[in-house]
Design a protein around this ligand. Structure first.
Ligand SMILES: [Zn+2]
Length: 67
């Protein structure tokens, strides 16, 4: 499994979240872009996209390790 690193510029933290989004002006309804984000930046990236009016979904990148 490849390591996923946060999509936020300058951040090298391990990503914990995936953010699926699209730009309705350039992507048709079946297209999705995926960013990944660390705990700190997932809300920032989600808000950035939603403030531009883009459909956005945030989900855990992987299941938490079993305890
Ligand atoms: Zn980050």
């Amino acid at each position: 499994m490849t390591e996923a690193v946060c999509s936020r510029a300058g951040c090298r933290a391990d990503a914990q979240w995936r953010i699926d989004w699209r730009n309705p002006r350039i992507h048709d309804a079946s297209r999705r872009k995926t960013w990944v984000a660390c705990d700190e930046h997932a809300p920032f990236l989600r808000d950035y996209l939603s403030s531009r009016g883009f459909p956005v979904e945030v989900a855990r990148l992987r299941e938490p390790a079993a305890q």
